[in-house]
Design a binder for this molecule. Sequence first.
Ligand code: HEM
Length: 413
Amino acid sequence: METRLADVGADDACNIPLSNLDVSEAKRFQDNRIWSCFERLRREDPVHYCQDSPYGPYWSLTKYRDILAVDANHKVFSSERGVTIVDVPDEHWTQSFIKIGPPKHREQRDTVSPIVAPENLTKLEGLIRCRVRTILDGLPRNDAFNWVDMVSIELTTQMLATLFDFPFEDRRLLTYWSDIGATIPKKGHAVDSWDKRSKILFECLDYFTRLWNERINAEPRLDLISMMAHSPATRHMDPMEFLGNLILLIVGGNDTTRNSITGGLLFMNRYPSELRKLRNNPKLVSSAVSEIIRYQTPIAHMRRNAVVDTIVGGKRIRQGDKVVMWYISGNRDEEVIENASSFVIDRKNVRQHLSFGFGIHRCVGRHLAELQLRILWEEMLNAGLEVKVVGEPERIASNFVHGYSVLPVRIAA
Ligand code: HEM
């Protein structure tokens, strides 16, 4: 039997035949053993065809410019068959506006985007600052604790509850549904079948349907449910489309920012000279936030399918082929980003990264994510809070959400 990368150690990524290289194995992400694979692909085969993987055949794009070109070209590279490497079975498929093109995509996106428009973000700033202070004040002073749970999840889940005007005391349900929504079922794991995943997500649908029914008969307000219930673009969604858009907004607003908050603390600990730079010059905070989001790349990939035969990086891609844009690799492409494998908070062109995607589906919530991270770091600096990482992070087993379940920390006395 031929050796596939999934079966061998990280360093062997450099030795096995290229044709056997499959970078998608979730365990590899969990063990943080992805970097040598992507480095090799960028160097030797930037547009790489993997014939045999648990997700079927797919192309990997690993260079910045190829990813940008494909992401910006929705007419040739469509998201209509899904945005992750996995092919969701038809009976579990949910529609959402990230999986459709114009004009319906624009109408639905425009329905929700006012909540993250600059005027509303200005209004939210005070609330976020107040919450950040409360969360930081409440952290244990003498014991180690899990930063992911007490800060990253708490802050982003509170925000999401506000965006949905979701009952605050039930907000951890949002965290739960977010994690389930981002999960690909796997034997031996807590969610081991598509049926189980759908069953849990239907509980989410039931809960939100109650909120929808209350709000559709009330005055329109600035929360995501009310906005969708009152807009002609979304008012007549069938339940599976409502669920799809809910999961899009929940995962979009939750996992991504959460993992940037955790990654930021980890990187500042691993690169103490960068933290010193920030302490000496707090005006660098916005630049630091962009660098955190590049360096973390909380969404490792997005997937498209070619609508027609086409060429990318000299390779012929056939109509229907699955194309995976590895943002996580493009963000480490030395041809575009100097010294890309280092964390440098004051680098030139710091906003030039792929973490939010490009083209018509470019992240709608990016300014809100940046705002939350900026305020968190401003408040940590103001309070002179020194948070030390005191153990190894535990990463999640996913090739899509690039993040952490545990980061043990302690506040320095
Ligand atoms: C789309 C990343 C925060 C809501 C996306 C895409 C990426 C992304 C990669 C797809 C882009 C593409 O296909 O070209 C991130 C990262 C975040 C973040 C890294 C935080 C650091 C948020 C927040 C929200 C949000 C806070 C909601 C409040 C969405 C939505 C879409 C999206 C609704 C779909 C947009 C469309 O299809 O037009 N995001 N996101 N995201 N994001 Fe975010």
